[in-house]
Design a binder for this molecule. Structure first.
Ligand code: BDR
Ligand code: CA
Length: 311
């Protein structure tokens, strides 16, 4: 099985992706780490512990960053993920205990225990991974690959989905901590970005959600009941797309190039830009290439998701 560390800002689609990971016999989930983003860190961590209970996970859950590398904690997008991160679903008080380590330390320990074997799936702000890199500069040589749900390349996201994304033009996971994102994307480990360009073309609608089987389907309907599903009755599949890519790469087309993230706090902060390999633009010099997903067989990955759930 694929050895996985799952780093997420436990909102609705983060939870749906963890359900998929937990149900796949071809995945060995080594650890779960939390980060601020879709909700405050206390809420995303509580949601992760609730899911550990619900899914019967043995993997440790460790709490991560409460704010980006630079600057204050931004207000979470409650209109997307509810006030508690799970669409105002009444999350029970978790029984599972938190791992005493920080998220970056758990990541470092797990990667060092399985050198060359771990896939890191990062579907929130990349703050924990940037901190892990600062603490353990050997990390890039020890990780098998990093698959990130993040970035937007083809267009201005806000223009496509008015009022939905909390950022003006950037994708949330990158725009929420652009300095961390640029470090993680360019750390020299094998990186694939699964950006908004493909995740918004992977869409679940009310009929799809209604047909999801078992108790997993019931929980997914409960957390998507109040928020997340848009006025047209559909929802983009962001975070599960990173899992799909990791487990079913043939469902995706990709391109290779150098990706940089615009830093700072201005209107362009968090924009992801790509140059072809060998670009002479000095802004891209000395940076290695990464892969970026550009196309998806959406019916195939949607069928894969539904087939993986359990009663
Ligand atoms: C990303 O932002 C969050 O709202 C989602 O969980 C996803 O990781 C999409 O831009
Ligand atoms: Ca997320």
């Amino acid at each position: 099985p694929e050895k996985v560390i799952y780093d997420a800002d436990f909102g609705i689609d983060d939870a749906m992706a963890l359900i998929l990971l937990a149900r796949r016999p071809d995945v060995a989930l080594l650890g779960v780490t939390t980060v601020f983003g879709n909700a405050q860190i206390a809420d995303t961590t509580r949601n992760a512990l609730f899911l550990k209970d619900y899914l019967g996970l043995s993997a440790p859950v460790a709490r991560g960053a409460a704010k980006p590398l630079i600057g204050p904690t931004p207000p979470p997008p409650a209109w997307i993920h509810g006030a508690n991160g799970l669409g105002n679903y009444p999350v029970p008080v978790p029984r599972a205990a938190l791992d005493p380590r920080s998220a970056p330390q758990l990541i470092i320990d797990l990667v060092r225990a399985h050198p060359g074997e771990v896939t890191i799936l990062a579907v929130g702000r990349l703050t924990n991974l940037a901190t892990a890199l600062a603490l353990a500069p050997d990390l890039p040589h020890l990780v098998k690959r990093v698959v990130i749900m993040g970035g937007a390349f083809g267009y201005n996201y806000q223009g496509q989905r008015s009022g939905s994304n909390p950022f003006s033009v950037a994708e949330a996971n990158i725009g929420g901590d652009p300095e961390a994102a640029d470090e993680v994307i360019n750390a020299g480990w094998p990186v694939t970005l699964v950006p908004l360009d493909v995740t918004i073309r992977t869409v679940m609608d009310r009929a799809y959600l209604a047909a999801l089987p078992g108790k997993d389907g019931a929980l997914i309907r409960a957390i998507t009941r109040q928020t997340y599903v848009n006025a047209q009755g559909s929802m983009p599949v962001h975070d599960s797309s990173a899992v799909f890519y990791a487990l079913r790469p043939s469902a995706y087309t990709t391109v290779e190039g150098v990706v940089r993230v615009e830093p700072g706090t201005g209107p362009a902060a968090g924009i992801t830009v790509m140059a072809p390999p060998g670009s002479r633009d000095p802004g891209f010099a000395r940076h290695g290439t990464v892969h970026v997903a550009t196309g998806v067989d959406a019916p195939a990955v949607l069928a894969f998701y539904a087939q993986s759930l359990r009663d």
